[in-house]
Ligand binder design. Structure first.
Ligand SMILES: CC(C)(COP(=O)(O)OP(=O)(O)OC[C@H]1O[C@@H](n2cnc3c(N)ncnc32)[C@H](O)[C@@H]1OP(=O)(O)O)[C@@H](O)C(=O)NCCC(=O)NCCS
Length: 262
């Protein structure tokens, strides 16, 4: 696979380990805490030797410019804990894979490498007959989650227990799996975690960006697909205080006065 500028996407191998570690150092040096979940060398290795998933990179000549991981569960390494929001219980342990650790060197950002790496991982997941592709992105990292929304992922959860709002994005390999109603929409300001949470708790999912940068949420069609309780729904009281939750506004009340804006 190659891009127009003779950059190549390649599956990374154990021989790329030191270059990956160096790239992570370079990318995370200036990032706010939590933007990327930093990985130790042995964690990277488990993607390079195929134990935990796969790694793709973009290279020019022998220089690694960008990396990304896809965590792939199997019988030996099933997903643990509670299911990702909207992933059915029966699919959770071995049919839901995770996009992780995309990092593009600052000098080559904005060239579409994130998009290219996303495409490579989605194709890989489809080839393995995975049913769901999940990702967790800090709400603050709008470049990252906007790219995922543009590739057909939907916001299906938000969590607060890590110290900052983190949204969960989900895509199904079955195009019909997350049906939502384009006639029942709410627009949520991108950086307003509480209204994202309210929309999700009321059975909406975030499907794309609106013209003003808001996220357009649409109501899920099937009542059977309402989100289940999970860590993604729990906001710790400490975080609630720290983020200074404005007067809590009940979603339903707000919709009466301002039907499409939150
Ligand atoms: C987030 C990140 C991976 C994006 O990589 P990238 O290769 O620059 O992204 P792309 O070039 O594929 O961008 C795709 C879209 O995002 C837009 N975009 C990229 N950088 C942007 C920026 N700084 N501000 C606004 N939009 C931006 C592009 O214009 C493009 O939009 P388009 O589809 O309308 O043309 C990169 O910025 C990065 O490595 N950040 C630090 C690590 C990180 O946050 N990783 C994600 C962890 S969840």
């Amino acid at each position: 696979m190659s891009t127009a500028n003779s950059f190549f996407v390649k599956e990374l191998k154990v021989t790329d380990l030191s270059a990956m570690v160096a790239l992570q150092e370079a990318v995370t040096a200036d990032l706010p805490v939590g933007f990327v979940r930093w990985k130790a060398e042995n964690e990277f290795r488990a993607y390079l030797d195929g134990t935990r998933g796969i790694a793709y990179g973009i290279v020019e000549g022998s220089t690694l410019l960008a990396i990304s991981l896809l965590r792939i569960p199997d019988e030996n390494h099933p997903n643990g804990g509670l299911p990702f929001p909207l992933v059915p219980e029966e699919d959770w342990s071995v049919c839901a894979c995770f996009l992780e650790n995309t990092m593009v060197l600052p000098a080559v950002r904005g060239r579409g490498y994130h998009r290219v790496l996303l495409r490579a991982r989605l194709a890989h997941a489809a080839s393995l007959k995975m049913k769901w592709i999940c990702a967790g992105v800090p709400l603050q990292n709008s470049v990252s989650w906007a790219n995922l929304l543009a590739r057909g992922m939907a916001i299906t959860g938000i969590r607060f227990d890590l110290g900052y709002p983190m949204i969960g994005l989900l895509r199904s390999c079955d195009a019909l799996a997350l049906p939502s109603d384009s006639n029942d929409q709410v627009w949520i300001r991108a950086q307003d975690p509480w209204h994202h949470q309210a929309a999700l708790q009321n059975g909406y999912i975030g499907v794309r960006l609106g013209s003003d940068g808001s996220v357009i949420y649409q109501r899920l069609f099937s009542p059977g697909m309402r989100p289940t309780k999970s860590i993604w729904w729990k906001a710790s009281p400490r975080i609630l205080d720290r983020l200074r939750l404005r007067e809590s506004v009940l979603f339903s009340c707000q919709r009466k006065t301002e039907p499409n804006r939150l």
